[in-house]
Design a protein around this ligand. Structure first.
Ligand SMILES: Cc1cc2nc3c(=O)[nH]c(=O)nc-3n(C[C@H](O)[C@H](O)[C@H](O)COP(=O)(O)OP(=O)(O)OC[C@H]3O[C@@H](n4cnc5c(N)ncnc54)[C@H](O)[C@@H]3O)c2cc1C
Length: 165
């Protein structure tokens, strides 16, 4: 849903933020209001021979800029296993279980922090470092891991020890 919005309402909402942000918002000629939807964390992505991926499995709010990337990773991971020469018709269910086991934790962790872009604080309440550094590192667990390592581990779990050509 997308609806026009009176600029005075937006101004009231952001009255307490800095001048730069207020100036930017005041420059919007025709502000509009969007409805943004997410879904609760699902316990499973797979049922029998059916699998969910992308937003159908883990629609999240856009604050973390990760929804599309996670969907692409789901698709690539599945593609690597489904195109593997060692795949047999009878092992499809097992492959989907492996897909769920490896792919579910990443979006689940993102969904856990989806409604805010919190800067993590130490238990004593002090910031762990300058906000810029903290923000730069807070997604390392997501952006710095190698999806190919996950595919290798998944192939191993399936007993596919031969490497694809
Ligand atoms: C404002 C905003 C900003 C975002 N910014 C980012 C970002 O910076 N980085 C990022 O990674 N992600 C971002 N996202 C999230 C990203 O857009 C989604 O995660 C991504 O588009 C999901 O892709 P998908 O293919 O899973 O689903 P969708 O893009 O929703 O595709 C599903 C498709 O299926 C079609 N469909 C639905 N029902 C049926 C049916 N019954 N039959 C046939 N077709 C059907 C729909 O029309 C649609 O085309 C943002 C989202 C929003 C709303």
């Amino acid at each position: 849903m997308n609806a026009p919005l009176n600029i005075a309402i937006v101004g009231g909402d952001i009255a307490g933020v800095g001048l730069a942000a207020r100036t930017l918002v005041a420059a919007i000629a025709s502000p509009s209001r969007w409805a943004l939807y997410d879904i609760e964390e699902l316990p499973h992505y797979v049922h029998g021979r059916a699998a969910l991926l992308g937003d159908a499995a883990h629609a999240m709010l856009p604050h973390q800029g990760a929804g599309a990337g996670q969907g692409l990773e789901d698709a690539w991971f599945l593609r690597e296993l489904l195109a593997d020469p060692l795949l047999e018709k009878g092992s499809l269910g097992q492959v989907l279980q492996v897909y769920e086991r490896w792919r579910l934790p990443y979006p689940a962790h993102l969904l856990g922090g989806r409604r805010t872009l919190r800067i993590p604080r130490s238990p004593g309440g002090r910031r762990r470092g300058p906000p810029g550094q903290t923000l730069a590192r807070r997604f390392d667990w997501l952006w710095q891991h190698d999806l190919l390592d996950d595919v290798r581990a998944a192939r191993q779990a399936l007993g596919w020890t031969l490497q694809p050509a």
